[in-house]
Design a protein around this ligand. Structure first.
Ligand SMILES: *Cc1c(COP(=O)(O)O)cnc(C)c1O
Length: 375
C-alpha cells in the first residue's frame, strides 16, 4: 500500500476508514465485525458518542498547555483514577502509552530502593522501550537490542515468590498475561507474590495496560484477584481510543518522585484526559461491568463449542483459544472471507478482544463466521 512506512509491523493490506461500535468499514466500503478493538484499546467501541462529543468539545476549547500547568480534565481524571484504584488515596502520573507508564513505575521503584533489582515473569509483556523491554523476557524481542537495562531477573511465574528478596525494588506482573496468549495467573500465586513483596519491602507493580478499564469484567483485574498493588499501570482502553497511559501509586509511594525526577511533554493533555473521562463514565458503571462478565461467559462458552478448539482461557472479554489449525492463517481467512477482525498471539492461539459494548447478537454473529471457517 506504501513503501514510506518502516517495516516493523506485519500489516494486513486493508485501509480502514470508519468505525461505529463493533463495526469497521474499509476504503472500499466493506463492513467488518471487530473482535480486536485496536488491541484492547476501543473498549467503549469505535467512536462512542460520549467520547466523540468530549473530544469535539475539548478540541475546540484547549489542546495543550504542558505539564507546567493544570487543566480541568487532567485534574478530574487523576482524582477519579486515584479514588477508584488501590483502595483510594493514591496519586497519578500521566504518560502517553503503556510502555511509558511502565517506565515511570520502574523508575519510581528504583528511586525508592536505590540500586534495587526487578523480578519479571516469563510470559509477561510490558512494552518496547528499553526499560519495559528489559521487563519482557522474550528472546526474539530482546536479543537484537542487547545490552538491555541491568537489574532484571526473569523467572517462571510460580518461582516469583522465592525470587523476591531484600534487594528487590519491584516485581512486575500482568494478572492475565495478554500478549503471550491470555494466561491468567493463579489467584494463590498472586497472593503469594503479594506476601513476598510485603515481607521484603518490594513493590508489587501490576501492569493493567491490557486487563484494566473493564476488560476482565471489573474496572481493574486486581479487584477480581482481591489484591492491592503498590503501583498500577494503565493505557490501552484508558483513552476511549486516544493515546494515554497512567501510573497510579498507592499513598505510601505517591511522593517518591520529586520535581524534576520524571516527566513527559504531552502526557495528560486536556484532549486525551477529556476522552478518558468520557470513556470512564461509560465503563465504570456496575450494570456495564456486569454485562461484560455475562458477554465474556457467552463468548467463552461459544468458542469452546467451535470445531478444533482444544483449550479456552480468559477473563471477561479477554479470551484466547488453542486451535488444531494454524491461527495466523485462520485470522487472515477470517478477515478476507468473513470480514471478522481477530488476532493470533501464537501459531495455534487465537485471541478475542471485542469492544466491551459488544451485544449478544454480535457475539453469535462472530461465532457463526468462525464456525463457517472451521467447519
Ligand atoms: C500493550 C501492552 C503494553 C505496551 O503498551 P504500549 O502502549 O504499546 O506501549 C504494556 N503492557 C501490557 C500488559 C500490554 O498489553
Amino acid at each position: 500500500m506504501t513503501s514510506a512506512l518502516i517495516g516493523n509491523y506485519a500489516r494486513y493490506d486493508i485501509e480502514f476508514e470508519r468505525g461505529e461500535g463493533v463495526r469497521l468499514w474499509d476504503a472500499e466500503g466493506n463492513e467488518y465485525l471487530d473482535f480486536l478493538s485496536g488491541i484492547a484499546v476501543c473498549n467503549t467501541g469505535h467512536c462512542h458518542p460520549q467520547v466523540v462529543a468530549a473530544v469535539q468539545e475539548q478540541a475546540a476549547r484547549l489542546l495543550h498547555v504542558s505539564n507546567l500547568f493544570y487543566t480541568a480534565p487532567m485534574v478530574r481524571l487523576a482524582e477519579r483514577l486515584a479514588e477508584r484504584s488501590l483502595g483510594g488515596g493514591g496519586k497519578v502520573f500521566f504518560a502517553n502509552s503503556g510502555a511509558e507508564a511502565n517506565e515511570a513505575a520502574l523508575k519510581l521503584a528504583r528511586k525508592r530502593r536505590r540500586g534495587g533489582r526487578f523480578v519479571v515473569l516469563h510470559g509477561g509483556f510490558h512494552g518496547r522501550t528499553f526499560g519495559a523491554l528489559s521487563a519482557t523476557p522474550q528472546e526474539t524481542k530482546q536479543a537484537p537490542f542487547a545490552p538491555l537495562v541491568p537489574g532484571f531477573d526473569a523467572v517462571l511465574p510460580e518461582a516469583a515468590p522465592d525470587a523476591i528478596g531484600p534487594e528487590t525494588a519491584g516485581v512486575v506482573i500482568e494478572l492475565v498475561q495478554g500478549e503471550t496468549g491470555v494466561h491468567p495467573l493463579p489467584v494463590e500465586l498472586v497472593h503469594a507474590i503479594r506476601a513476598a513483596c510485603d515481607e521484603h519491602g518490594a513493590l508489587l507493580i501490576v501492569d493493567e495496560v491490557q486487563t484494566g478499564m473493564g476488560r476482565t469484567g471489573t474496572l481493574f483485574a486486581s479487584e477480581r484477584y482481591g489484591i492491592r498493588p503498590d503501583l498500577m499501570t494503565l493505557a490501552k482502553g484508558l483513552g476511549g481510543g486516544l493515546p494515554i497511559g497512567a501510573l497510579v501509586a498507592a499513598p505510601e509511594y505517591a511522593d517518591v518522585f520529586a520535581p524534576g525526577d520524571h516527566g513527559s511533554t504531552f502526557a495528560g493533555n486536556p484532549l486525551v484526559t477529556a476522552a478518558a473521562n468520557a470513556a470512564l463514565d461509560v465503563i465504570d458503571d456496575p450494570a456495564f461491568l456486569e454485562a461484560v462478565r455475562e458477554r465474556g461467559t457467552l463468548l467463552t462458552e461459544g468458542v469452546r463449542e467451535l470445531p478444533g478448539v482444544s483449550d479456552v482461557r480468559g477473563a471477561g472479554l479477554m479470551v484466547a483459544a488453542e486451535l488444531s489449525v494454524d491461527a495466523p492463517e485462520l485470522v487472515k481467512r477470517a478477515l478476507t472471507e468473513q470480514r471478522l477482525v481477530l488476532n493470533a498471539t501464537g501459531p495455534r492461539t487465537l485471541r478475542f478482544l471485542p469492544p466491551l459494548v459488544v451485544s449478544e447478537a454480535e457475539i453469535t454473529d462472530a461465532l457463526g463466521r468462525l464456525q463457517a471457517l472451521l467447519a
